[in-house]
Design a protein around this ligand. Structure first.
Ligand SMILES: [Zn+2]
Length: 182
């Protein structure tokens, strides 16, 4: 190590040294995004409202449930979610903590491929069906290349997550309909 690097920075200088600050596009300090699960038909009304006010959202879809009653139609996904992000929620909405390793791989990887085939761009994230997961699921998701996994645990703050694969949102709300689930 060189002599220069060995020198201790005086405390007063260190206090005023520039810190690394995370900035969003256009050098913004804060960002708002919304995140919704399941791909229910109510997404159509929600996205109309978002688009009116310039709000961006991520929509976590279950590829195996598209076209079923109350879910959006597969051939409408591109048009409906244009300008927003489509992300995984598992092919069949299985709770990852309750199924075996091979099933987790199938549930998430097949979902990713199916959604990528629909939207035509890399699908990089997911949200946990029913909000439940375990360490094995997290490890598998990382190995499959998922870069984030959103939970349903509210932090009530605006801090960035310690680990994006268990990304706790600031807050969580339920849509007032008996057909909606996490
Ligand atoms: Zn769900």
């Amino acid at each position: 190590m060189s002599e220069v690097n060995d020198k201790k920075i005086p405390e007063k200088v260190a206090d005023h040294a520039p810190k690394n600050i995370f900035l969003y596009p256009e050098d913004r300090l804060k960002a708002l995004t919304m995140s919704y699960d399941n791909g229910g038909g109510e997404n159509r009304r929600l996205i109309k409202i978002f688009n009116r006010y310039g709000i961006k959202g991520t929509f976590h879809l279950n590829s195996g449930l598209l076209n079923k009653p109350i879910y959006v139609l597969a051939d409408k996904v591109v048009e409906l979610y244009r300008g927003h992000e489509v992300s995984c929620h598992g092919c069949s909405h299985a709770s990852l903590y309750r199924i075996g390793r091979e099933e987790i791989v199938r549930e998430m990887w097949d979902d990713r491929l199916a959604l990528e085939n629909l939207v035509g761009y890399p699908v990089r994230g997911m949200s946990y069906a029913n909000g439940r997961y375990n360490r094995e699921a997290v490890n598998i998701l990382k190995n499959l290349g998922f870069v984030y996994g959103r939970t349903v645990l509210s932090t009530e703050n605006y801090n960035l997550p310690d680990d994006f694969i268990t990304w706790n949102p600031t807050c969580h709300h339920f849509v007032n309909t008996t057909k909606s689930t996490a």
